[in-house]
Structure formats: structure tokens, C-alpha cells
Design a protein around this ligand. Sequence first.
Ligand code: NDP
Length: 339
Amino acid sequence: NKQVILSDYVTGFPKESDMKIITGSINLKVPEGSKDTLLLKNLYLSCDPYMRGRMSKLDKPSFVASFNPGEPLSGYGVSKVLDSTHPNYKKDDLVWGLTSWEEYSLIQSPQLLIKILDTNVPLSYYTGILGMPGLTAYGGLYELSSPKKGEYVYVSAASGAVGQLVGQFAKLVGCHVVGSAGSKEKVDLLKNKFGFDDAFNYKEEPDLDAALKRCFPEGIDIYFENVGGKMLDAVLLNMRIRGRIAVCGMISQYNLEKPEGVHNLMQVVGKRIRMEGFLAGDFYHQYPKFLELVMPAIKEGKLVYVEDIAEGLEKAPSALVGIFTGQNVGKQLVVVARE
Ligand code: NDP
């Protein structure tokens, strides 16, 4: 059983050498007498920015615990049930949810596994558009930000797993949508594949305030925050009265020893901005409703999804590290096995 383990706690930017591939043995049966246990064959693993927090030894409260050095990383994935003593799962069921970064995982009392019922779409989509990032985009935009036709929506890290969907969801309700990303290729995708009205490369626009003023001469109604730091500061200057900021994440801060300060927070008061953080988990109960919207839209070509697929568990460390320098184009995932 090949596994990706955390070598030691990480400080600063993660490196491939912070993880190690080791091979252990596993009995491909659920142990005799164990209750509510599943043996999973992991097919696809998801590389998610929040995993960086779990690689640190935490010194502040967090919504997730640290990984344990010497043990496999865990994260979202798509898996096949090989053996089960759980009444709700049987052999050959497909599931998505929390598993470990290894070929086979023994999971006891699964809390966060959802059965995959529709396989007429790429299975890997359940790490992205049909999984946690999809619910994140849906909840953060539709539930928290209540977008209305004609409103001005800005998304950072816009070509990524979550961002590409936020933009497309906002277009579905008739908003004017602008995104930013870190390369020309990504900006082209935003404009030509995902249907954003405009996009800019933040790495080539050191004056973010000027870039936002050009793209939003009338200001921003909704900011879907993925990045934090200087971007948030520039956005605050460009928000409209009663604007909403859905705080999804702040990836520019995850590898800093000392997070940057936010200088323009007073804008929240005068402009009566509502700024609200959220977690994907807040919307799990809405998954069936979410699927009713998203599944037909995928099948009719009204929603598209770009993935960046790394082949083989050996590539998992470099794939995970790459999302913190923007190497991924679209949702980063790893194929462990295709069936
Ligand atoms: P992405 O697929 O967007 O990958 C990360 C991207 O972030 C990179 O490709 C890169 O794109 C960008 N990035 C990396 N470092 C920086 C930086 N220093 N400054 C600006 N951009 C940077 O990831 P996701 O879509 O999965 O996640 C996007 C955000 O959403 C993250 O903040 C994540 O933590 C958050 N999130 C929150 C969830 C929740 O439950 N609240 C759930 C899922 C995600 P580029 O080339 O454009 O720089």
C-alpha cells in the first residue's frame, strides 16, 4: 500500500521533500469482527489549499487538526468500496469525501463520505465541481452573497477549483463578472472558456487599486475572497455601499510566518459592507439541491470545468506544493487509479 506521509511539520512554503512516499502492507479485507468499517481503493485525490494549514504545528485555533508527521496525509478523494461492514455501503459502491493519501484506506465509521449515484460524468469531477469546491462556490456565492442580475462581482484566484465556478454561477444569474489570476493562460481561460466579462493578471498589475478601478468603474457589489492580503486591501477601496464579501480563503497568507495586516478595514463601516467567512461544510445539507442545479448544467454544457490532472500517487507531493505557486491550471487533482 503506497502512501504519501508528512515527513515533519512545515514552516514557510511547502516543498516536495516535506512529504515522503513509502510502501506499507495492507490486508485487502475489513478485519474480522470490525463494525461500520470500509476498505476503500482510492481513485482520485484532491489537492486543496486548506491542507497547508494541516501541515503546520498549529499554535492558533483552527477548524482542522494538524496532520501527524509519519502518517499519511488525509484529504478529499473519490474512492471505490472494496469491502464493507457498514450497513450503508457495499462492495463496488463509489464514494467521495475524506480519505487518506494512499492506495487503499481502512475507514472506520465514515462521517464524511457521500455515495456517488450519477456516473455519467467524469468521476474526477467529484473532487471538484461535484464535490467540496463546488459546494464552496455555490454556498459562498448563492447562499451568502445573494447575487442579483446586473450586480458587479469580482473573484480572485478565479481560474482555480472554486473560482472558475463562482464566476460561472454569477453569470448564470446575469451578473457582470471579473476575475483575476496569475498568468496570461489563466486570464484567457477566464475570458474565453468560463465566460467572464473581463479578467486581469494580478502579477502584471502591481497597482491593484488601478486595475480594479479600470474593471469596475462603478465599484464592486460582491467580492468572492480567495486570496487576502494586498488584494483584499485594494478591493475594500473599490467596494460599493452595502457590498458583500464572502471570505472563502486567503491563500496569499498561508505560507507567511507573519500574516500581512489589512489596512483599509475601516471601509467596512462607512460602506456598510457585510463580510462573512464560511466553510464548505456549512452547505453539505444542501448537496442534493446543489446537484439538481449543477448536474443538468454540466450535461447541457452550461457549466464547464477545467482540471489539472497529475498521474500517479508519486506525483501527489509536487501537485500539492504547486498550488501555492499557481502551477495548477484549473482544479488540481491526482489520479491514483482509474478504476
Ligand atoms: P485553486 O485551484 O485556486 O489553487 C490555488 C490558486 O491560488 C493557485 O493556482 C494560484 O493561482 C493562487 N495563488 C497561490 N498563491 C497565491 C498568492 N500568494 N497570491 C494570490 N494567488 C495565489 O484553489 P481552490 O480553488 O481550491 O481554493 C481557492 C481558495 O478557496 C483558497 O483560499 C482556499 O483556501 C479557499 N477554499 C475555502 C474553502 C472553504 O470551505 N472556505 C473550501 C475550498 C477552498 P494564480 O495563478 O491565479 O495565482
